[in-house]
Design a protein. Structure first.
Lengths: 513, 637, 102
């Protein structure tokens, strides 16, 4: 999976994905003070431009090519082999598109309650950081972006969140930072230990993966270091407890971005860096990761069932859903890895939409407590309908996007992680349980006076949600275009693992069990 | 024409989509007519496909129409493809046919309901899902339909969602079905792992030719049966069905009598070759579960007071019969009974709906009686349905039930006895229902006040739009048996028609005692049916014998109550325990780490006295220590 | 009188340094503390010069200039701060300036 052909246009497409939001943030901060009404427009234009560029990359992407495309590489600190190395392949393509599309929607659709200028600026910096981490092919650069993401998120939660926002923001920051400490050590160690095999000290991911050779013990320790950081981000049991607080206390836009994109940095990191750089260690560590993933699926679902706060319920459901993705990532078959990548996007869309809906409920009723909500379908049937579709996607109903990813993960993992899959599949029962029970308590039943004034879906909200629902339905019915773009890179990654370890992909259909 | 089989599921889907967007604007009753029209057109297309297939030689009656590539990843290539063969077209015929009749009926039944259009939206979506289920070329398209009917069933059961009982019932149905879905999904995983495909053709062929291990085959079979138990309400996952009666009666008729619940039977027939090649205990288990469920539900139906609940338990019981048939290798008989059951059960449900409608939404049979004068057509058609289900010749139910019992006798004598007892009970409780509702004294005079009746409360007959389906279904219940008469091989129309699909799996009972003495068994069945009827008449009409309706039966052997207590008690407690564990221990560890850091900081803070002179002392001491260390090192070196 | 050896210079420097260090630790008057710091700095200067002489290396003597400049700058800043603080209070000891207590 070496660096492949880049685009023929001279424009640094991927760099612009990072630079444009930063420029937008600067504009918003420095010139927004003079013209208040232009801040929103500037932010919107910036994010829409970034989104348009990401969509352009999507359509220009060559799905037959498994390597990195649109590569741009410039030396940064030559003495240590650090370069500005960006590239996109099937695995990161849809994550970039998701980011590019999610941010403008969130900026356009959700307004902050105060201090719009810094809020929008932070959002744009966040976008730059997230984009950068998905397209970085240099470990040092990746770390920079990975850490950059923490600061705006901290301020967004702490400045615009709900009652326990400071606690949640601090917890989020410190927890993730603690994991990143391990990541930093791992990165530096990887670069230094690979010095002999690569020829010089370099932080370039492709060079390290293709030409670097670490001993088995080295590889395993380094993998553990990387995995700890990403495990916190995913989040994997037992380092998941920052998530419920962060999600619940964050403002709506924060929650949507957090669930939609930030969590995927963890799963993406596990795949791109964990598996790619340390194939032997990945294969060695699989049982542990399967177990943690399946625990997350069941445990997250059980915890979600007993939540009294609607937003917290959705937060725990994220723990459960991401368990599936981690399971698929480490099962290392075509279907499982492709399904895992696809599910990263699917989860972002459906859980993002769920958070939007919960935010709308809060905005009308000023409560997230399930006990205080009742009979909403009676007074707001259209709203309930949208909620139902998004909820069914989260449950994994065939015909909607969530099912395709989940199905691919499970069917692909069955050969390599049989008993884990059998347990994980019971997660689909639990998902129906907690979501339908919540829906029944909130939307069904006879409406009472407190909820009678619940306003129906407004046109702006409807337009926003419609985009999500359209993606949910389209991807569920016709996932082929997405799958065909993800598959070659996923396949190449697995072949990379096969070439460096004893692991061989199981042959489906010839085993006969 | 067969190439246009994709129109069959498409038409109701289009109806659903139109009603999603324009339903409110189209309104009553045009939404109802639109939905009915589209379902009826689907029926017409199905008939055309059927005729087309009839025109082909038997071996060629299997056509795959692949619409598009749905999930292609590596060696997993799943298309959205439809399979038109005798089995799927048989299913499609009665799904669309009975579906259209029920749509028509619902126009009358749902009259005046504020969510009229929404109801038909859900109904159309349901028909689409059911058609995807039966016409699917592979397990995944079937699963799409499988879950689709589950979702639509959820919507329809909780249709009157401001009623708590309906909302809870809907959720219960969905979640319980999901337990079964675990089985179907896992079966797909095993199939892909062993066969490399989830297509029925590939799986059945691999099983038949012995290309995969018997363990894999049995795993697939039993896992699919787990799914069937959920969807078709067998023990132990049946308890959602009685509560599903919360939905409007057309829903009960369509979904919980004729179509959705038969999906399990269909699925097991579809993978008949797999079942045939599995370990012997698999079909035995299916037969035992089916028989047990049949008996269990029949005993409960004897003591129910709600007119729909009797029918609900009756459905569970009849489904048990169908699985008993499948477990005994009698696939044709199972399908035969499924079709006839669809006719008479839908008829009975729609009839009960007519009664409820005429009684201003009273459902307790203790408050009915002597209704045949007030509702003649309803009564007449209901009686036909009764005779059909009781197993009285020449009505349809007799022939299909007898066919099953024939095969069961050849397989397992004990289960045959269970089946006969169940048949007796069936005749008994259905007769009880007919007597309580249509005969005897009118007990509804006292009920007048309860229904806010103005002046004289009189039950009335239903409008024509509701009566026409009743009549059609009653005709079918009379002549439906004609598709498979036991008198000679030439009259085995259904068997010949289904042969290419089931021949690998169908057990042959030629040469068994049962086959040779089938008229004896036929006679026995008639005797049992008449005995049941006579007993019931003696108890409820002539009052010669006491009524046995013990509380334990009325409460369904407390099965549902036990499950509810388990889920609500230890179930909820363990869940709460996990949540508390997460909040106290796992999160506690995190907060604890923070507390430790803060504590340590607090301790170390005390060295920062703010006194410059103290700092100076520390500097001096430190410098001395450092110097000493270097000197000492130098000394050693 | 025997010629003073390098050692004697170093001893004197050490003595001066210790007196200065002791003074910084013990005395409370800021001005006296400064004087003691000066003492320490000059003790270091002395040892630099003595060793420079012994090792005939001019670098030792050049460093003395650096130290003198730094000491002068430090005294200017420090005395300025002391004067500034003492404007607001009549009596001042080093112990009174404990605002940086953690």
């Amino acid at each position: 999976m070496l660096a492949a052909s880049s685009s023929t246009i001279p424009f640094p497409v991927l760099t612009s994905l990072v630079v444009v939001p930063l420029v937008g943030a600067a504009l918003v901060i420095f010139f927004g003070r003079a013209r208040q009404e232009w801040t929103k427009l500037t932010a919107l234009l910036t994010s829409v431009t970034t989104g348009a560029v990401s969509l352009w990359v999507l359509q220009a992407f060559d799905s037959s090519e498994a390597g990195f495309q649109f590569v741009s590489q410039h030396e940064w600190i030559p003495a240590w082999g650090i370069s500005w190395h960006l590239g996109i392949d099937g695995i990161s393509l849809f994550l970039v598109v998701l980011t590019g599309v999610l941010f403008p929607l969130v900026i356009a659709g959700v307004d902050p309650h105060h201090d719009e200028r810094p809020y929008l600026a932070w959002l744009l910096v966040l976008e730059a950081g997230v984009m950068g981490s998905f397209i970085s092919l240099d470990l040092f650069l990746f770390f920079v972006f990975f850490e950059i993401v923490l600061v705006p998120m901290y301020f967004l939660i702490g400045g615009w969140g709900y009652d326990q926002r400071v606690y949640a923001a601090t917890k989020f920051f410190l927890f993730t930072m603690a994991g990143s400490a391990f990541l930093l050590v791992g990165i530096v160690a990887t670069a230094l230990l690979s010095r002999d095999s690569v020829g010089s000290v370099t932080f370039d991911v492709v060079a390290l993966a293709e030409t670097g050779a670490l001993s088995v013990t080295q590889g395993r320790w380094l993998f553990v270091a990387f995995a700890i950081a990403f495990a916190v981000k995913v989040p994997l049991f037992p380092v998941h407890t920052w998530l419920p607080d962060a999600h619940t206390q964050a403002p709506t836009a924060g929650s949507v971005i957090l669930a939609g994109v930030l969590l995927k940095m963890g799963t993406y990191g596990l795949l791109r860096f964990g598996v790619y750089l340390f194939p032997e260690a990945s294969v060695w560590a699989r049982p542990v990761l399967y177990t943690l993933a399946v625990i997350g699926i069941i445990y997250g679902a059980i915890a979600a069932t007993m939540q009294t706060d609607l937003k917290r319920l959705v937060a725990y459901s994220s723990v459960a859903h991401l368990g599936f993705i981690v399971l698929g990532t480490f099962a290392l078959t075509d279907q499982a890895v492709t399904g895992g990548v696809m599910q990263m996007v699917n989860h972002g869309v459906s859980t993002g939409a769920l958070f939007l809906l919960v935010g709308m409920i809060y905005e009308r009723r000023h409560t997230r407590q399930i006990a205080e909500l009742r009979g909403l379908q009676q007074v707001a049937p259209v709203f309930a309908g949208f909620f139902m579709v998004v909820m069914l996607s989260s449950i994994g109903l065939p015909g909607l996007n969530g099912f395709v990813g989940e199905f691919l993960i499970l069917i692909g993992s069955f050969d390599t992680a049989r008993w884990w899959v059998i347990v994980a599949t019971t997660g689909v029962i639990l998902a129906a349980l907690y979501l339908l029970w919540a829906y029944q308590r909130v939307f069904h039943g006879e409406v009472d006076d407190a909820n009678r004034g619940f306003a129906e879906l407004r046109p702006r909200e409807g337009a926003l949600l419609f985009v999500f629902v359209a993606i949910i339905v389209f991807t569920g019915v016709y996932p082929k275009p997405m799958l065909s773009r993800i598959e070659p890179s996923a396949k190449a990654l697995i072949e990379h693992v096969e070439s460096r370890t004893d692991y061989q992909r199981p042959a489906q259909g010839e085993a006969g069990k | 024409m067969t190439d246009l089989v994709w129109l069959v599921p498409l038409l109701p889907l289009v109806g659903g989509l139109i009603l999603v967007v324009f339903g409110a604007r189209i309104g009553e009753p045009r939404a109802g007519w639109l939905a009915t029209l589209l379902t009826a057109s689907s029926f017409v297309v199905t008939v055309l496909v059927y005729l087309d297939l009839l025109g082909m030689p038997a071996e060629e009656r299997s056509h795959v129409v692949s619409l598009f590539s749905w999930i292609p990843v590596g060696s997993l290539q799943i298309d959205f493809a439809l399979l038109a063969d005798p089995l799927s077209i048989t299913m499609a015929l009665f799904v669309t046919g009975i579906g259209s009749l029920i749509h028509l009926y619902a126009i009358g039944y749902m009259h005046g309901d504020p969510k009229f259009s929404k109801f038909f939206l859900y109904l159309n979506l349901f028909v689409f899902s059911m058609l995807a289920l039966v016409l699917g070329e592979n397990l995944l398209v079937t699963f799409l339909g499988w879950e689709g009917v589950g979702a639509c069933s959820y919507f329809l059961i909780s249709f009157w969602h401001n009623r708590d009982s309906a909302a809870v019932a809907g959720k219960k149905a969905f979640v319980t079905n999901r337990i079964g879905d675990w089985g179907v999904m896992t079966a797909m995983f095993v199939a892909f792992s062993a066969v490399g495909s989830v297509s029925y053709k590939a799986i059945n062929e691999a099983a038949h030719e012995g290309a995969i291990s018997q363990t894999a085959i049995s795993a697939i079979a039993i896992l699919l049966f787990v799914g069937a138990c959920g969807k078709s309400a067998q023990l132990p996952l049946y308890f959602w069905l009685p509560d599903a009666m919360e939905g409007p009666t057309p829903v009960s008729a369509l979904i919980h009598a004729a179509t959705m619940v038969t999906a399990g039977v269909f699925l097991m027939t579809r993978v008949g070759p797999v079942l045939a090649e599995s370990y012997g205990w698999v079909p035995d288990t299916i037969a035992i579960v089916g028989a047990a469920t049949a008996l269990f539900a029949a005993t409960i139906a004897v003591a129910q007071h709600d007119i729909k609940r009797v029918l609900a338990y009756s459905t569970v019981s009849q489904l048990g019969f169908m699985f008993l048939a499948i477990g005994s290798g009698a696939y044709v008989a199972a399908i035969f009974h499924m079709v006839t059951h669809a006719f008479f059960k839908a008829l009975l449900f729609l009839g009960s709906g007519s009664v409820i409608h005429g009684m201003h939404h009273e459902q307790d049979m203790r408050k009915m009686g002597a209704l045949r004068a007030a509702m003649p057509v309803t009564a007449f058609t209901f009686i036909i349905g009764w005779l059909a289900i009781a197993g009285v010749p020449p009505f349809a139910g007799f022939w299909s039930k007898d066919e099953i019992l024939l095969y069961v006798y050849a397989d397992n004598r004990l289960l045959y006895v269970v089946g006969m007892v169940t048949a007796l009970l069936t005749a008994y409780y259905m007769t009880r229902q007919v007597i309580l509702v249509f005969f005897g004294e009118a007990r509804w005079h006292d009920a007048a006040g309860e229904h806010g009746a103005h002046g004289d409360f009189r039950p009335h007959e239903s409008p024509k739009v509701m009566l026409i389906p009743l009549v059609v279904l009653s005709v079918l219940s009379v002549v439906g048996g004609g598709m498979q008469l036991p008198f000679s091989k030439d009259l085995h129309f259904l068997e010949h028609w289904l042969e290419p699909v089931v021949e690998e799996a169908e057990r042959s009972i030629k040469g068994t005692w049962a086959y040779d003495n089938k008229y004896v068994l036929l006679g026995a069945a008639i005797v049992v049916a008449l005995t049941g009827i006579a007993l019931s008449v003696a108890v409820y009409a002539k009052r010669r014998l006491p009524a046995i309706e013990p509380k334990v039966l009325e409460n369904a052997w407390f099965y549902d109550a036990t499950v509810a207590r388990l889920v609500g008690g230890p179930g909820a407690a363990s869940f709460r325990g996990v949540t508390l564990f997460d909040a106290r221990f796992v999160d506690g560890a995190v907060n604890g780490a923070g507390a430790v850091a803060r504590g340590l900081g607090g301790v170390v803070r005390r060295s920062q006295t703010g006194f410059v002179r103290a700092y100076a002392v520390f500097i001096a001491l430190g410098a001395v220590a450092l110097l000493a260390w270097f000197v000492w090192r130098g000394w050693l070196a | 009188m025997p010629e003073p050896t390098t050692l004697s210079y170093l001893v004197v420097a050490a003595l001066l340094f210790v007196i200065g260090a002791f003074g910084v630790m013990v005395r409370r008057n800021p001005l006296v503390m400064f004087m003691c710091i000066e003492l320490m700095l000059n003790a270091v200067n002395l040892s630099f010069v003595a060793l420079a002489r012994e090792l005939t290396d001019i670098d030792g003597q050049s460093i003395v200039f650096f130290v003198l400049v730094v000491a002068a700058a430090e005294v200017v800043v420090g005395l300025g701060l002391i004067v500034g603080i003492m404007r607001n209070r009549s009596s001042l000891t080093a112990d009174d300036l404990a605002e940086l207590k953690g």
